[in-house]
Design a protein around this ligand. Structure first.
Ligand code: HEC
Ligand code: HEC
Ligand code: HEC
Length: 133
């Protein structure tokens, strides 16, 4: 049979834990969605925005493999008809000119730290890398 006392204690513990999570989420820092800065002068990315949101890391790996392993360095055409180099630094960052205001804003929010910048150069940010206007 059930032990009513234990069930109640279990329920109480569950409630305390559940509420503390809610409380934590309500008070913990800034939980606003990130707002990566859109590139000026362009309206389209190299693929659809939805694809880029979910799969930009996959595309980057494809580009890397094609360029380095298969030697396919030919440029790609964006939906806007612009020719872009298959390159992190000279492709992506040609349009997304700030790592801090673009890549980092989402990655800090999602707690991911791509190691790409150990080797690849990020665009030079103004002053100390702090956000300008
Ligand atoms: C030709 C310029 C251009 C290049 C090159 C480019 N992008 Fe974009 N990207 C854009 C524009 C413009 C948008 C915003 C599109 C929109 O508003 O729908 C965008 C959107 C995105 C988004 C979605 C942002 C959001 O607000 O959700 C991601 C992620 C992204 N790009 C990553 C990359 C990566 C990674 C690369 C290199 C593989 C790259 N982009 C190359 C112009 C570019
Ligand atoms: C709209 C938000 C957003 C923007 C803008 C964005 N990323 Fe990401 N990125 C993410 C998220 C979220 C993940 C983690 C996805 C996952 O784990 O499935 C991620 C993961 C990655 C990864 C894989 C890292 C890993 O450890 O698995 C790479 C590489 C990457 N992003 C590169 C870039 C680069 C380069 C830029 C800037 C040109 C950029 N991203 C801009 C949201 C974004
Ligand atoms: C250990 C150093 C190192 C790290 C870390 C690294 N790369 Fe690279 N990557 C290179 C080198 C070297 C090349 C070859 C450059 C060339 O031949 O043009 C390259 C080339 C590439 C290319 C194609 C050419 C270009 O100029 O961009 C892409 C795309 C790329 N890497 C993406 C990434 C991404 C995304 C990450 C992080 C997930 C990453 N790399 C991490 C060293 C590195």
């Amino acid at each position: 049979m059930y032990d009513k006392g234990k069930v109640l204690i279990g329920l109480a513990i569950f409630l305390v834990l559940a509420l503390s999570v809610v409380g934590y989420n309500m008070t913990a820092g800034d939980n606003k969605k990130p707002e990566p800065e859109k590139p000026k002068g362009y309206t389209a990315c190299v693929k659809s925005t939805d694809y880029m949101k979910s799969s930009h890391m996959v595309l980057l790996n494809e580009w890397r493999d094609e360029v380095i392993r298969e030697g396919k360095r030919e440029m790609v055409k964006t939906p806007e008809g612009i020719m872009v180099e298959k390159s992190l630094q000279n492709g992506c960052m040609h349009c997304h000119t700030s790592k801090v205001k673009f890549c980092d804003r989402c990655h800090e929010y999602a707690s991911v730290k791509p190691y790409c910048w150990d080797c690849h150069l990020a665009p030079v940010e103004p002053a100390d890398g702090k956000e300008a206007i």
